[in-house]
Design a protein around this ligand. Structure first.
Ligand SMILES: Nc1ncnc2c1ncn2[C@@H]1O[C@H](COP(=O)(O)OP(=O)(O)OP(=O)(O)O)[C@@H](O)[C@H]1O
Ligand SMILES: [Mg+2]
Length: 219
């Protein structure tokens, strides 16, 4: 489904990052670990199309990013990718349910997979261990761990083929993390969604098919 080819990225004032090549098949679960600053978030941003490619390419369902117009890439991403940002990117003054609903705002195909929006939002927050009472609360009144789960629900809404998850459990306790991973992976068993997740928590490795440690990669 997705493959990176010779990806490199150079921020203006940093040193060049050379990424290990990764491949993700339909329904596959890939975990990425590596020291702080090694380029994990940068890789997810490239895959999400949030950063422009500089060198190398990404192939997704037969489409090469280098050959897509930015308009097409925006639409492609909205249809196929759910991104849980490390910095969450929630809209602070919007409520929990409004933030979650943004997940399908820009994608007809994801909208069409949600029969009843309110019901689906409630199902998602239940499965993530959030109380129904927070649905109409502005997200800036929630704890970081609660906000993290709102960001997860937004990314999962409308069942995109690929979930990019940047440390989605960093603010959760062990029990909540386990419940979240169990329920998410169980869903993915039937929907065949793939996930690329970044985490420093080695104890979650058993939930994944493949683990890549960026630290062991030398260009
Ligand atoms: N906007 C930016 N401008 C310049 N340099 C950046 C920018 N974002 C990241 N970098 C640099 O690029 C490198 C990779 O950053 P990145 O955020 O991808 O790391 P990471 O592996 O996600 O780290 P962490 O585990 O701390 O989240 C770092 O050296 C960082 O300083
Ligand atoms: Mg990061």
């Amino acid at each position: 489904m997705l493959k990176t080819l010779g990806l490199e990225y150079h921020y203006q004032y940093g040193k060049k990052i050379v990424f290990p090549e990764i491949e993700v098949k339909k329904g596959q679960r890939l975990l990425i670990s590596g020291f702080s600053g090694c380029g994990k978030t940068t890789l997810l941003s490239l895959i999400a199309g949030a950063l422009k490619l500089q060198a190398g390419d990404i192939k997704f369902d037969g489409h090469e990013y280098s050959k897509m117009s930015s308009l097409f890439l925006d639409k492609f991403r909205a249809d196929h990718i759910g991104y849980i940002f490390q910095i969450l990117n929630l809209i602070p003054f919007l409520s929990v349910s409004e933030n979650i609903a943004l997940g399908i705002k820009f994608s007809k195909s994801r909208k069409s997979k949600v029969a009843n929006l309110n019901q689906e939002i409630i199902r998602l927050i239940n499965s993530l261990g959030l109380e129904k009472e927070v649905l109409n609360t502005p997200v800036n009144r929630l704890s970081v761990g609660q906000q993290q789960r709102v960001a997860v629900a937004r990314a999962l809404l409308g069942k995109p083929d690929l979930i990019l998850a940047d440390e989605p459990t960093s603010a959760l306790d062990t029990g909540t993390t386990k419940k979240f991973l169990n329920e998410m992976m169980e869903t993915f068993d039937s929907t065949k969604q793939a996930i690329i997740m970044v985490s420093h928590d080695a104890s979650i490795a058993p939930y994944f098919d493949t683990v890549i440690d960026f630290n062991n990669h030398h260009a």
